[in-house]
Ligand binder design. Structure first.
Ligand SMILES: Cc1cc2nc3c(=O)[nH]c(=O)nc-3n(C[C@H](O)[C@H](O)[C@H](O)COP(=O)(O)OP(=O)(O)OC[C@H]3O[C@@H](n4cnc5c(N)ncnc54)[C@H](O)[C@@H]3O)c2cc1C
Length: 452
């Protein structure tokens, strides 16, 4: 095999496969490198829920047959005391429960059918950087331990949360190589066959409870009437509780799990911050979790990683036609992604920072008095501004409880979300304006972390 391509894509997950398919369909030579064996690609610990709109936006066929394990019509969000339930339905919340493995294998097949070449069982351990450009990767074949160099005009890091290329880039690439641990959520989930029938198998359930899941949440996502994907995530604060123990203590003790059997159990990490401020450098592009392209509130990253992959594939094709894959020529990846999804992510990141600092009683009161209404939660999750519903009676009640500071913080959060979105509307169209913009966004988030 000649180890030289137009583009080397590291990681054959949802983001990498979509990138490779887009590039190969445009006639470029592209390889996909993954440490997993071909037959294991697609195996990933996940909540397995994907919004229908992602398939529509990407022109991707809906999951069907064994790839689909359920339909989603909406979501129920429970307050910590379980007294209030927000039932949210509508555009943006309908979707599918997928068989993650079969879905991953489908995406891989589509990339290979388009002409991408697969290096499976191949562990990438470092980028090759020459003359200020990323020129490919160094990798070890896990079957025979041989080390190879796979070169390309552009290298795409789609290696998920491990971000193997990004984490080893030199500072002159002007890409953040590390992210704060507090901006990640550590999860454990099980797929369980139940002994009982679920009442509403088309509703995903989310339980907010900062004692059970500090900085995260618990989820029960049905896969038909008698199977669930049940999990729990906690913010990676260093002294966080073990998500598996918390799941067993707080959720799996419920009667519905009596006599249930575990089909699969496992853990994983999700980055839950705004996207990295720049997803490109000379000869390099980040896609999916490696670029933090995940919804900061619910942790959904399958759709955005595919969106990121499609944008990356299209821009790389244009950049190579234009000549050099310089940071400047790859910059439209940033502009397009920030407009399509990054601005919404950044707004939701402020909301996430706010939510992570609340106590259970604040969440209980906030939900009971509908300080944000159910329908506005849906709109906010679609990227619209956060509209508050603080009535006079709610204000009196919070005053009586000595919790006016909570309301002030709520207003502050909504204002900050607006400011962040405005700033994303001014996202620089060329790299030369980046330092000024970057200073502003970093300052705004530092202030949010200080004051919310
Ligand atoms: C517990 C959990 C629940 C989640 N639930 C949902 C959900 O319900 N819905 C949703 O949309 N999202 C969910 N997510 C997030 C979602 O799974 C990710 O955002 C998405 O899979 C990101 O895709 P990706 O292509 O960036 O990375 P991945 O899908 O992780 O793919 C990365 C690929 O890179 C390969 N790789 C890694 N390192 C190397 C290396 N050094 N060399 C070679 N190959 C390498 C891996 O083998 C893998 O195939 C969840 C995540 C977790 C952890």
């Amino acid at each position: 095999m000649l180890n030289r391509y137009d583009v080397v894509v590291v990681g054959a997950g949802t983001g990498g496969c979509m990138t490779a398919k887009t590039l190969a369909s445009a006639g470029l030579s592209v390889c996909l490198v993954d440490r997993k064996d071909e037959k294991a690609i697609g195996l990933k610990v996940c909540g397995d829920a994907v919004g229908k709109h992602h398939f529509d936006n990407l022109g991707l066929a809906y999951p069907s047959g064994k790839e689909k394990e359920g339909d989603i019509s909406g979501i129920k969000i429970y307050s910590p005391d379980l007294e209030t339930v927000f039932r949210i339905m509508g555009e943006g919340l309908t979707g599918f429960m997928i068989n993650r493995y079969r879905f991953g294998q489908r995406l891989l097949k589509e990339a290979l059918n388009a002409g991408a070449v697969l290096y499976d069982s191949t562990h990438v351990f470092s980028p090759i950087v020459n003359d200020g450009y990323v020129k490919g990767v160094k990798a070890r074949n896990l079957k025979d331990s041989t080390v190879t160099e796979i070169t390309g005009k552009v290298t795409v890091d789609a290696s998920g949360v491990s971000a193997i290329v990004r984490s080893k880039l030199p500072p002159e690439m002007k890409i953040e190589s590390t992210i704060n641990k507090q901006d990640r959520v550590v999860c454990y989930r099980e797929i369980r066959e139940l002994n009982v029938q679920l009442d509403e198998p088309d509703f995903c359930e989310i339980y907010l409870n900062l004692e059970a899941a500090p900085g995260g949440y618990c989820w029960i996502f049905p896969k038909g009437r008698t199977k669930v994907n049940v999990g729990l995530g906690v913010a990676d604060t260093g002294n966080h509780p073990n998500p598996r123990s918390q799941l067993y203590k707080h959720i799996l003790t419920r009667p519905m799990y009596e006599g249930s059997t575990v089909v699969h159990g496992g853990g994983g990490i999700v980055p839950t911050r705004r996207p990295l401020d720049s997803l490109v450098g000379n000869g390099v592009v980040l896609v999916g979790d490696s670029g933090c392209q995940v919804n900061p509130i619910h942790g959904g990253g399958i759709g955005p990683s595919m969106m990121g992959g499609k944008i990356a594939g299209e821009v790389i094709t244009q950049a190579l036609e234009a000549g050099k894959p310089s940071r400047e020529n790859l910059w439209p990846v940033n502009v397009r992604f920030m407009k399509a999804y990054g601005a919404k992510q950044a707004g939701l990141d402020v909301f996430r920072i706010f939510l992570q600092r609340l106590s259970n009683s604040e969440l209980n009161y906030g939900m009971r008095y509908q300080l944000i209404k159910e329908e506005d939660i849906l709109k906010a999750s679609m990227g619209e501004d956060i509209r508050l519903n603080v009535t006079d009676s709610a204000r009196r009640i919070f005053k009586g409880l000595g919790r006016l500071s909570f309301l002030r913080s709520l207003y502050n959060m909504a204002r900050t979300v607006k400011k962040v979105k405005q700033l994303y509307e001014e996202y620089p169209t060329t790299p030369k304006d980046m330092p000024k913009w970057k200073n502003k966004i970093v300052e705004l988030f530092a202030e949010a972390k200080r004051t919310l």
